[in-house]
Design a protein around this ligand. Structure first.
Ligand code: SF4
Length: 337
């Protein structure tokens, strides 16, 4: 199980129950803890080379306070992000956080969870009688930190008591035990991010293999949570149909009769900025990012991305739509982009 090598606490975080719990847990595990100095700056992570700065940052956890005035929106899958933790100890070459978390993506956990949930409640009340959906993994994979923080468990229990809100998050990790016996009242959708064996082996590092993820997913299904699967990024290398067919077959063996299952599929895309960052950190990366094989598409946030051309996209869309309907007839394919 992953553990941080160093944990830094904002002094104020220790005024909060969850901050103190984390402090006690890390000291009991003999993981070095420090109280941050003035300005709450994170020290001790080198600035260069880029690969070292990135990699060492992923061993550092900062337990911080979260300003609760505003939450980021999270369209189209949820209304708001629920800030619990950010970053992730995984080292995937294609990580979507390369662009958003900068050169030193150290991990953060927020100690003032009760204030965060109180703010969530205000958003929920503002939108009544509509149901408000919160996403707990917009800037993180929250599961590797959960054994130390307990923040997801707190959030799941909060949403279990609300008829007017839903919670969802996604993970590639398997430390799900502490969440299995919680009362969730079907109001949290527990999603797993999966990929073909080949893609996991080639471009993910520090994440569990597919078999371990499927075992964790089966445990979560047994616990009665609404389930979700994200297959992303789908990388269309030679033989991709066989690789992804195998993935869907393995999934179907576990979940064929699962009634409350959503599937989201995202084909690989990249921005120029993401490509630059990836090549800084993984100079020998074999991740396919040749612009001449892609179509440039303008995005809604003012920057464009390189996506598969329309004809390639159509082949992939038809393949997944057909095979999901055949192998997982009860599942709802939410989108394929
Ligand atoms: Fe990024 Fe997810 Fe991989 Fe973590 S597990 S490095 S969040 S892609």
């Amino acid at each position: 199980m992953w553990q941080p090598k160093r944990v830094l606490f904002e002094e104020k975080a220790l005024d909060y129950e969850y901050g103190r719990r984390m402090y006690d847990k890390f000291t009991a595990l003999k993981i070095p803890v420090e109280i941050m100095g003035k300005g709450n700056r994170i020290s001790g992570i080198p600035d260069s080379p880029a690969a070292k700065a990135w990699s060492e940052a992923k061993n550092v956890l900062a337990v911080r306070m979260r300003n609760t005035k505003t939450f980021e929106t999270c369209k189209p899958s949820a209304h708001y992000q629920l800030p619990l933790v950010s970053s992730c100890p995984g080292k995937c070459e294609y990580c979507y956080l390369h662009t958003s978390l900068g050169k030193k993506p150290y991990l953060r956990a927020y100690a003032n969870i009760d204030e965060i949930l109180s703010r969530a409640e205000q958003y929920i009340v503002e939108r009544q009688p509509e149901v408000t959906v919160f996403e707990g993994a917009a800037t993180s994979d929250p599961i590797p930190l959960e054994p130390f923080t307990g923040l997801l468990a707190r959030a799941i229990q909060f949403f279990a008591d609300r008829t007017d809100a839903r919670f969802r998050f996604v993970t590639k990790f398997t430390q799900v035990e502490s969440l299995l016996s919680l009362k969730h009242n079907n109001r949290t959708r527990f999603r797993f991010s999966l990929n073909s064996h080949k893609v996991i082996q080639a471009w993910e590092h520090g994440t569990p293999d597919l078999g371990s993820r499927l075992n964790a997913l089966a445990q979560v299904a047994e616990a009665g949570y609404p389930l979700g699967v994200i297959i992303a990024p789908v990388v269309l290398t030679p033989g991709w149909q066989g690789e992804y067919l195998q993935l869907l077959q393995e999934l179907a063996m576990r979940l064929r009769d699962q009634h409350d299952l959503t599937i989201e599929i995202i084909l690989h895309r990249f921005t120029q900025r993401a490509k630059n960052n990836i090549m800084d950190i993984f100079p020998d990366s074999t991740l396919p990012m040749e612009k001449e094989d892609r179509t440039f598409k303008y995005g809604q946030f003012g920057y464009g991305k390189y996506v598969y051309p329309k004809d390639v996209y159509s082949v992939a869309r038809d393949f997944f739509a057909t095979e999901v309907a055949r192998l997982l007839p009860e599942a709802k394919l939410e989108y394929l982009v």
